[in-house]
Write a protein that binds this ligand. Structure first.
Ligand SMILES: [Zn+2]
Ligand SMILES: [Zn+2]
Length: 371
């Protein structure tokens, strides 16, 4: 079928909107009518080659909510008309050894598709753009995706909220709940107060953490973090983050520190402000060669300090997303306030500019509609 797609002609270019031919869904694949796709910083890293260089044109967008249009052979979970969210996270097969041990991320039967592989679209000039985000393209009217990358969206959950639950929110919130497993009265510091960091702040609030320390060099972002539950705001431009955190975290430092921004300097800062027994949890990153830390000594870990990472909130996909929908429904988490502005697909470059420089938390590309 013919469908409109946002394409970058080369790495780093702005998007152009073009009509392309979309292939029929293959075995195990579903064709989605995209309703909304929120903009994630990973999309910007992706199309700029900051997660890996690529040749030729590319598509993006991975925080997708939509409606199942058609299903390919072998699909069993959804049918045409179902409301779904589409994520990089896969539902594991449930039968292989990693799945049976609760490690669906490592499912042996449902491998993660490669980043920057050719996608399902053919341009008028015959070129096949790569997909920057493995399994689908959200900045398009229609996309194909493996069925195992879908979770059904409850009828009362708006599509834009579904988009948040596909990546940005779960990445921060899930890191606190699933990886850190924060307990009431434990202290949590969050470095970086973008969409992922604010979701981590919400995770800390829901976990009963105290204090919750938000760290960012932008005072406006810190004020927003306060609304989502931060009890202490630290701007490292005006004070030492380690000293400020220790002053409110029993003199030792934070029990947990979530890093929701890229760059090796952030990792050093996190290790310095975390208690000797604390856990540093990494989410934000650029290319591996930009994240090498040469100044860590093994001695830093002698008293039990740990350093770990969390991809996509370490969620178990179809178990956790329904729980988060329930929390949203009951007002336990605030997702509406994280959605800043709406843009149509042909204004995607403006939406990105605003996401980077206009103080937006999450901008929504509205393609098929909000309801
Ligand atoms: Zn994302
Ligand atoms: Zn499996």
């Amino acid at each position: 079928m013919k469908t409109k797609v946002a394409i970058v002609n080369r790495m780093g270019d702005p998007f152009v909107i073009e009509e392309c031919e979309l292939a029929e869904p293959k075995e195990g694949e579903v064709r989605l009518k995209v309703m909304t796709c929120t903009i994630c910083h990973s999309d910007l890293h992706g199309i700029r080659g900051e997660h890996g260089a690529f040749e030729g044109s590319a598509t993006g967008g991975h925080e997708i909510a939509g409606i199942v249009d058609t299903v390919g052979p072998g699909c069993t979970y959804v049918k045409p008309g179902d409301r779904v969210l589409n994520s990089l996270v896969r539902e594991g097969c449930g039968a292989c050894e990693p799945c049976l041990r609760g490690r669906q991320w490592f499912c042996e039967n449902r491998p993660m598709l490669p980043f920057r592989a050719p996608g399902p679209y053919t341009r008028a000039n015959g070129e096949i753009p790569i997909q920057t985000n493995t399994c689908s393209t959200g900045f398009a009217e229609y996309t194909n995706t493996p069925e195992w990358n879908l979770v059904k969206l409850d009828d009362d959950i708006p599509y834009a909220v579904g988009s948040l639950l596909a990546c940005g929110f779960i990445s921060g919130f899930g890191a606190v709940l699933n990886r850190c497993k924060v307990q009431p009265s434990e202290s949590v510091a969050v470095i970086g107060c973008g969409g992922v960091g604010l979701s981590a702040v919400q995770g800390a609030r829901v976990s009963g953490a105290s204090p919750i320390i938000a760290i960012d060099t932008d005072d406006r972002k810190l004020e927003v973090a306060k609304k989502f539950g931060a009890s202490k705001l630290v701007n490292p431009k005006t004070e030492s983050a380690a000293d400020a955190v220790k002053s409110v975290a029993r003199g030792y430092g934070a029990d947990y520190c979530v890093i929701a921004v890229a760059g090796e300097g952030m990792k050093r800062q996190a290790l310095d402000l975390t208690a000797p027994w604390g856990l540093v949890c990494l989410i934000g990153h650029r290319l591996p060669e930009q994240e090498i830390m040469s100044d860590i000594t093994a001695m830093e870990f002698m008293h039990g300090k740990r350093f770990t990472g969390s991809a996509m909130g370490a969620v178990t996909f179809r178990r956790d997303v329904p729980k988060y929908m329930e929390m949203y429904r009951n007002g336990v988490i605030d997702l509406d306030s994280m959605l800043t502005r709406h843009y149509p697909l042909d204004k995607i470059n403006e939406a990105i500019e605003d996401a980077e420089n206009g103080g937006a938390i999450k901008n929504v590309i509205v393609i098929g509609g909000l309801e």
